[in-house]
Design a protein around this ligand. Structure first.
Ligand SMILES: [Fe+2]
Length: 465
């Protein structure tokens, strides 16, 4: 309450319900939460109050004896053109309006009676963007794509949204969180939900268990890929923020063995890439994509032992986790960087390596890949300019794939993929693995260029690449 007095921006809320006790208790509870409130029991009374003061938010019942809540909403939005006044609709069950249609009409929030006053207060804080009772601890928050978040009807976690750099609670653990509500925030431009670190750890645990179920359940392939994609993103979010514990690594590696098997059951790479939802050029999406492409390359070469597959997938996923500590805000292509930016950026393989080598049981192949993923066949890469003979075969696969993903404009377009591969073949032949390039032509179902036809793949011959 204090903050609002000081700032002089105490927000005004009007509560309308024909049950006076309910109107009063909602108003009192909001007052205790630091809002200035008035309440009334009919639409006419509410309109009178609105002619005397300006309200930031109106909370209205839907079913009332004379004019009802929907009529009131239309009067406010259409006749009075109060576009900036937010509106929350309260409704009992079976009152002829669905949550979705309320949101579609432009209602900001929707609560079903009976509701918890605490939930309503959280809702109001979010709508009015007040950080009252915002999260006060010093815990770290971990983000999860809002549309990917695996949601039960009752939330297993305290779910937060980030508003003006504050973390505001959307739903408390054990309380209802409806998908329509979440989707409504997505439509308003919220891309992520956030969990505290203890909840995030439990969220990973849930995904680890889920990987066991997914393995034996006859799920649609696209759904499986989406789960794999989401799991990978969760892991890279966790790795970006702190090092992965030995215990967690053990569980994650096991789940990757489950997930990579199912990720490879499908045939058309374009279908799969399209199902990696929300693919954009942010760091973790890029890593997931490289990780996934590395799996398909290994699959094509028949290097398909689950342990190899999970190693290459995890290695590709974790290569860039050190970027955060050397250049957190940098988000451009290597060729567009200034010399200073390049110097910082070139330290990231070493940083990632240091972060990952703290995991006690980490396989050495993963360490090689992380350290060498920017080294190239011509000995001109960074950080060490290692000659080709010193590069681990897994590193060369991952290096070539990162180059490919960096350069391709549209992964879902066959033409764009073909142009990128052709370009790499013309200009980067000495830098990347030619076998990986050839494999990409084949797996993307693009005719292999003449000059690559005679190149043997590691599957055709026992020697490594
Ligand atoms: Fe990198």
């Amino acid at each position: 309450m204090l903050n609002h007095h000081i700032a002089g921006i105490m927000k005004n809320v009007l509560v309308l319900d024909d049950e006076v006790d309910l109107a009063e208790s909602v108003a009192t509870s909001l007052q205790d939460n630091g809002y200035q409130t008035q309440y009334c029991t009919s639409v006419d009374e509410a309109l009178k109050k609105m002619s005397l003061s300006q309200f930031d938010l109106i909370i209205s019942d839907i079913k009332m004896p004379q004019k009802d809540g929907l009529e009131f909403f239309h009067i406010i939005k259409s006749d009075l053109k109060e576009k900036s006044t937010a509106f929350v609709l309260m409704t009992g069950h079976a009152e002829g309006i669905s949550i979705q249609s309320a949101y579609d009409m432009g209602v900001d929030e929707f609560v079903s009676k009976p509701f918890d006053l605490e939930d309503l207060n959280l809702m109001v804080n979010l709508i009015l963007k007040n950080n009252l009772k915002a999260y006060a601890g010093d815990d770290k928050f971990y983000k999860i794509g809002l549309t990917e978040f695996l949601l039960a009807s009752v939330s297993d976690y305290d779910v937060y949204l980030k508003v003006n750099d504050n973390f505001l609670c959307l739903a408390k653990k054990g309380h209802e969180l409806l998908p329509e509500r979440l989707h409504n925030y997505y439509k308003k431009g919220m891309q992520h939900i956030y969990l505290s670190s203890s909840d995030f750890t439990r969220y990973i645990g849930m995904q680890v268990n889920l990987s066991e179920i997914v393995k034996i359940k006859p799920l649609d392939k696209v759904k499986k890929i989406k789960l794999f994609n989401h799991f990978s993103k969760t892991i890279s979010e966790s790795a970006l923020n702190e090092f992965i514990s030995d215990d967690l690594y053990g569980k994650v590696a096991g789940s990757f063995e489950n997930y990579v098997q199912i990720a490879l059951e499908s045939t058309d790479l374009f279908v799969l890439i399209n199902s990696l939802s929300n693919y954009d050029k942010d760091r973790s999406s890029k890593s997931v994509l490289v990780s996934f492409l590395a799996l398909t390359v290994f699959q094509h070469w028949k290097w398909t032992h689950p342990k190899h597959l999970s190693k290459i997938a995890i290695a590709a996923l974790l290569c860039d986790i050190g970027i955060e500590s050397v250049c957190p805000t940098l988000n451009k292509r290597y060729i567009d960087m200034t010399p200073e930016e390049k110097t910082d950026y070139e330290k990231h393989p070493l940083k990632s390596y240091m972060q990952i080598s703290r995991i006690r049981n980490i396989p050495e192949e993963i360490l090689y890949v992380v350290l060498q993923h920017h080294e190239n066949d011509a000995g001109l890469g960074f950080p060490q300019k290692l000659p080709k003979a010193k590069l681990h075969p897994y590193s060369r696969v991952v290096h070539t794939l990162y180059e490919f993903v960096d350069q391709v404009d549209q992964m879902s377009s066959r033409e764009s993929v073909k142009n990128t591969l052709d370009k790499m073949l013309s200009f980067q032949k000495r830098l990347v693995s030619i076998q990986v390039l050839k494999t990409l032509y084949i797996t993307f179902n693009i005719p292999v260029p003449e000059e690559l036809i005679s190149i043997l793949l590691p599957t055709d011959t026992p020697r490594l690449i």
